[in-house]
Design a protein around this ligand. Sequence first.
Ligand code: ATP
Length: 234
Amino acid sequence: MTAPHTPAGGTPLLVGEGLCKAFGPTAALDGASVAIRAGEVVAIMGPSGSGKSTLLHCLAGITRPDSGRVLYQGQEVSAMSDSERSALRRTRFGFVFQFGQLVPELTCLENVALPLRLERVRRREAERRAAEWLERLEVTDVAGKRPGEISGGQGQRVAVARALVTGPQVVFADEPTGALDSLNGERVMRLLTQAARETRAAVALVTHEARVAGYSDREVVVRDGRTRHMEHTR
Ligand SMILES: Nc1ncnc2c1ncn2[C@@H]1O[C@H](COP(=O)(O)OP(=O)(O)OP(=O)(O)O)[C@@H](O)[C@H]1O
C-alpha cells in the first residue's frame, strides 16, 4: 500500500489511501493514494482507462473501494452507511460532470436552487442565492431558460453554480470542459477555480487536458490504477 502523498502545509481535508477497485477482471484502481487540503485545486490526470473517474468516485463516496480507505476530516467515508454518505455528498460536496447533469424540466434558476430546496431552504431564499451564483458565473441571462435552450458552455457554468450554491468543502469535477471548445472551456475553468478559491472549496478535477490542469495547484497522475504525484504546477 502506498502512503498518501501529503502536500506540505496543512492537514488534508480528504484522503484516499491504498485504494483498490476491480470491475470483474479489470483492476481500475490498484493502490491509489491522494490527499487534498482545504481550498486546494488538484488535477487528476492520466490516459484513458487509467482509473481517474474511479478514483474520483471513490473519493466522493459514490463508489466503495474493495480495499483501502477514504477519510473526510478524519472520518472514514468508506465505512459510512449509504445514508450517511449521501448526506455527506449533499451537504459537503459539489459535483460537476461532463454532460447532462441539469434537470431538463426545470429552469436554470430552479436547477441551481435545487440543492438548497433539498436541504429545505425556502423557495424565495433558495432562488435568491441561486440568482447570486448565476451572476458570479456570468449566466444571469439564462435564469429563466431550460437547459435545452442554452449553449453547452452556459450549461456548464450553470452546473458550476449549482455545485457551489450549498457552500461545499470539496467540488468534484469530472472532465467539466470535455464537451466544450477551448474558449468556453477556459471560461468555465477560470470561473470555477476563482469561485472555489473565494469560498475556500477544494477542487478535485479529472482532466486529460494539460491546459485545463494548468488551473490547478498540483497534479496527480494516474497510470494503471496507481498514482504519481507532481509538485506544484504554479
Ligand atoms: N462500472 C464499470 N464496470 C466495468 N468496468 C469499469 C467500470 N468503471 C470503470 N471500468 C473500467 O475500469 C478502468 C478505469 O476506468 P475509469 O473510468 O476510472 O478510467 P478513466 O481514467 O477515468 O478513463 P477516461 O479518461 O477514458 O474516462 C477501465 O478499464 C474501465 O473500462
